[in-house]
Design a protein around this ligand. Structure first.
Ligand code: 9MR
Length: 548
């Protein structure tokens, strides 16, 4: 089988595919639509994958740059899916992964003009959400109702979680901060399009307005999530009518909220100054609450022993807060210039910084600090840390010619999030250094997500020839439409296989199954789409700048 980015390639960027499985041929052939060979080259040496028992050989057709539609052929292998070579080749998928958030919107109907055949009724007005007994306090006793409308559904489920919204928003707003000119001109055809606010920000504001409702103005604390007691059946949003609760306030929620609202305040200031001011006030209040409650985890199991009804939805139960302090301090410092936040940032700095995920957000603070200033001794240190990780990636090529898979631990729940965050980090490293190698390696991880991987899937719904048809996503499963909601990235290979589904392959890089029930490998989630929004649009933006 030939694995490749099923969307295609830029004319003047590197172009790689791999053939997986035993082949004895020495050469590959690039065929045009008339099946004429337009280019040929030697296959690379056999490479044994460290993440499965696959053997691959590299196909390098970088030297070919004519635009058109092509397939790759290797004697003894199945001819590849068709793909493009053309400028702006990632444009459609880049827009789609941002548009994916529109389809996740709670509390409003999706109209055919924007949603096409995936139009649907509004779900979850969340107009009178109950304070769960575990969240009751002197201001809001158990049973009090508050409105928490709007926002995006987290994933395949219909709950709304502050921690996961946090990293998602930070990543999307960061994409805007790094590529403002590009996003100022990008339309995703959403109801707000054309309102003088860039669509990326329009989309983020829809979730921001929900986040703001999750803060208790009485004390500044932030509820950990807005949720049902248990997960819904696989029904459309308007048919999911279980009682909604907000649950206990937590330190992680307060700090992630403080970070997002401080960043949003900065980014939205030129567009919506009043909203920007409210965001900064809310941010300072949440920070203050966290200072008074520096170690409150959301520990669902312990809470369930004390209060009913028991809550069994996602936990995002982070209980190490250094990284949240780092991120929130960075955003508040960047927005206000207040030295107290700089001191807090320095006080919580880790020894080494890791690739971000919902449980570790320190890197988002590094990105923000480096956007603000590149000249201080502190920023020299931050830059060294970021480049250390990025440079470590440069030395490694998986059997699929990617950074993804350098460690077998890359294959975790939501492994495509890892691939996308690696790509985002590499693009950020390019911004710091202007060293083209980083862009090329970032592009390779995009190639991975769009098909050059051991499963042969292009993991974004609707984009590619072999794409997930049965994601663990309630609207996609319940809407009666064959094609799933488009523009959503599946979790990807996860040898943990916690869903107990039957997997055809169980080795780390192939433990993926396209079944609705596979929430551990085939769910979608807002935090996984976000770094892909950064990566795909960042690559497009850089290609446009370079004039291709
Ligand atoms: O992405 C989360 C992953 O890191 C965890 O291992 C997993 C189990 O706790 O939960 C994932 O997040 C899910 C969340 O809890 C509920 N909504 C769907 C999310 C994606 O599967």
């Amino acid at each position: 089988e030939i694995m490749l980015n099923q969307t295609g390639f830029y004319p003047y960027a590197p172009k790689f595919a791999v053939v997986a499985g035993p082949v004895t041929a020495a050469s590959f052939y690039l065929l045009n639509e008339a099946k004429d060979t337009v280019f040929t080259g030697k296959l690379g040496a056999e490479q044994h994958s460290s993440n499965s028992n696959l053997v691959t050989r590299l196909i390098d057709f970088s030297a070919f740059s004519d635009t058109g539609t092509y397939r790759l052929a290797v004697p003894g292998a199945v001819t590849s899916y068709p793909f493009y070579i053309r400028p702006a080749v990632m444009n459609a998928v880049a827009i789609a992964v941002l548009k994916g958030y529109y389809y996740q919107r709670a509390s409003m109907p999706l109209l055919p003009a924007y949603a096409g055949k995936w139009a649907r009724a509004a779900g979850h007005p969340d107009a009178d959400v109950t304070i769960h007994p575990n969240a009751a306090d002197q201001f809001r006793p158990a049973g009090t109702k508050i409105p928490t409308p709007l926002g995006w559904y987290d994933a395949g489920d219909y709950n709304k979680y502050i921690v996961n919204s946090g990293i998602t928003m930070g990543t999307l707003l960061g994409a805007y901060e790094d590529f403002p000119e590009y996003f100022n001109h990008l339309s995703t055809n959403i109801p707000e399009s054309g309102n003088q606010v860039p669509d990326l920000l329009n989309e983020a504001i829809y979730n921001l307005r929900w986040m703001l409702t999750m803060q208790d103005a009485n004390d500044g604390g932030v509820y950990h999530k807005c949720t049902n007691a248990g997960f819904d059946n696989m029904v459309m949003p308007d048919k999911a009518r279980a009682t909604r609760y907000v649950v206990q306030k937590s330190t992680a929620a307060a700090l992630d909220f403080a970070a997002v609202t401080a960043q949003a305040s900065r980014v939205l200031k030129p567009f919506l100054p009043a909203l920007a001011d409210s965001c900064l006030k809310a941010s300072r209040k949440a920070w203050k609450w966290a200072e008074g409650h520096p170690g409150v985890p959301y520990n669902q199991d312990s809470i369930n022993k004390l209060y009913s009804p028991a809550i069994s939805t996602g936990t995002y139960g982070d209980n190490r807060f250094h990284d949240e302090w780092v991120w929130a301090a960075a955003e508040l410092y960047s927005t206000t210039g207040d030295a107290a936040f700089l001191r807090a940032f320095e006080a919580y700095l880790p020894n080494t910084v890791q690739l971000p995920n919902w449980g570790n957000v320190a890197m988002l603070g590094y990105y923000t600090m480096l956007r603000k200033d590149r000249s201080s001794s502190l920023s020299t240190r931050l830059q060294e840390d970021v480049l250390k990780l990025a440079t470590h990636y440069l030395d490694f090529y998986s059997a699929f010619h990617t950074v993804m898979g350098q460690s077998v631990r890359d294959f975790t729940w939501g492994s495509n999030d890892v691939a996308a965050h690696q790509g985002m980090l590499l693009l950020f490293a390019y911004r710091l250094t202007r060293d083209k190698r980083y862009v090329n390696r970032a592009l390779e991880n995009l190639d991975y997500i769009l098909g050059r991987n051991a499963t042969g899937y292009s993991f974004v719904t609707g984009y590619g020839s072999k794409t997930p048809m049965f994601p663990h996503h309630r609207p996609s499963a319940a809407d009666g439409i064959a094609e799933p909601v488009p523009g959503l990235v599946a979790g990807g290979p996860n040898p943990g296989m916690q869903d107990k589904c039957k997997y055809e392959f169980t080795d780390p890089e192939r433990a993926y199954t396209d079944q609705t029930a596979s929430y551990a490998s085939n769910e979608i989630a807002i935090n996984w789409n976000a770094p892909l929004v950064y990566l795909a649009n960042g690559i497009e933006a850089l290609q446009q700048e370079a004039g291709y």
